[in-house]
Design a protein around this ligand. Sequence first.
Ligand SMILES: NC(=O)c1ccc[n+]([C@@H]2O[C@H](COP(=O)([O-])OP(=O)(O)OC[C@H]3O[C@@H](n4cnc5c(N)ncnc54)[C@H](O)[C@@H]3O)[C@@H](O)[C@H]2O)c1
Length: 368
Amino acid sequence: MVSKGPLLRLLTAINRRRMKLLMGLAFVAYVASVWGNFVNMRTLQENGDQKVESKIEEAVAPLREKIKDLEKRKRNVEHWIGHENFELINHDVVEPLYIEVDQIYHLASPASPPNYMYNPIKTLKTNTIGTLNMLGLAKRVGARLLLASTSEVYGDPEVHPQNEDYWGHVNPIGPRACYDEGKRVAETMCYAYMKQEGVEVRVARIFNTFGPRMHMNDGRVVSNFILQALQGEPLTVYGPGTQTRAFQYVSDLVNGLVALMNSNVSSPVNLGNPEEHTILEFAQLIKKLVGSGSEIQFLSEAQDDPQKRKPDIRKAKLLLGWEPVVPLEEGLNKAIHYFRKELEYQANNQYIPKPKPARMKKGRTRHN
Ligand SMILES: NC(=O)c1ccc[n+]([C@@H]2O[C@H](COP(=O)([O-])OP(=O)(O)OC[C@H]3O[C@@H](n4cnc5c(N)ncnc54)[C@H](O)[C@@H]3O)[C@@H](O)[C@H]2O)c1
C-alpha cells in the first residue's frame, strides 16, 4: 500500500488510527463473545447436568479451534510484523473497508473443499459481497484489483488442458458450487465494474498450489498425503486415483500474481504448473520422498470431483513472460520439511511468545 500525497498521507494516518481502534474493538468484541459463550456454558455446567456437560464440550471445541486458528494464521506473517511497509488488519471482507491503497490483491476466501463446504453461505458471501466490497474500495480510491479466481471455474472440464476461453462445466447445485459459482460470479462482478465504472481489474485463474505455511487442517490432497505419510497413516485416495492434477509451488504463483498485477492484461489468465500426474502417482511420490511405510487406502469417490485438471499456460507465457520454475520434487521436499516441523511444534504443543522489545512512546519506554 502506498499513500499518494501529503493530504492523503494525513488522512491515511488518521484512518489508520481509526482502523486500528476499530479492529481492536472488533477483536475485543470477538474474544468477548467467545468468552461470553464459554462463561455461559460453564455456568450451565456447574448445575451438574452430565448431558449438558458433554454438549458444552462439543460446542466449545470449535471455539477453541477458532482461537488456535487465529494464532496460527498470525504466525504465518509474524516475520513481517514491525516492518515499516507492513500493516496487519483483521477484517472480514463481507464488511466494507475504508483505507487508502493503490493495488488490491483480493485473495480472501476459504480455498480447500472441507473449508469452503463447512459454511457454504459464508463462502458465497465472501466471494460475492466480499468481492463487491473490494471492487467498491477499488472504485473509491482508484486502485487496481486482482481477483484470485480459480481453475474451479472450469468445473469438471470437458476440454483438456483448460485454456482461458473455455466456459467451464460446473454443477450449480452440487457441494462445490458455493465456491465454484462464487468465484464465477466474482469474475462477472470484476468485468461489470471494469465496463461500468472503469475499475482496472486483473483476474488470475489459479490452479492447485501448495507450499510451506499451509494449514495443518487444510484438507487438500498435498497436505493430506504429506501429513499421513509423516505420521505413518494410510494415504487416502478418493476413487481409483486415476483423476489427474497439476500442482504448482507457491513461490511460482506469487511471481505470477505480481507479474499479472503489474501487466496490462485485463482478461483472465491461468496460473499453474502444467506437469500433470494422477492422484495415485502423487501418493506414491510423496510416500517415497517422506520415506514412509504407509499404505495407500482407496475410499469412495468424492461427488463432482474433477477427473482431469491441467492448465494451458500459453497466455501467461506470451503476455507475462511467466512460467513455473520450481520442480515438483523440490517444492514437495520444502513442504515436507515444513510439515515435519509443524508436527514437532504440535507435539511440543506450546506457544512461546517472543519477548517484545521495549517500545518508546512520547519519550517514555513502555514495557508490554
Ligand atoms: N491454493 C490453491 O490451490 C488455490 C487455487 C485456486 C484459487 N486459490 C485462491 O487463492 C486465494 C488464497 O488461497 P489459499 O490457498 O491461500 O487459501 P487459505 O485458505 O490458506 O487462505 C485463505 C485466506 O482467506 C481468508 N478469508 C477467508 N474468508 C475471509 C473473509 N470473509 N474476510 C477476510 N478474509 C477471509 C482466510 O482467513 C485465509 O487467511 C483464495 O481466494 C483461493 O480461492 C487458491
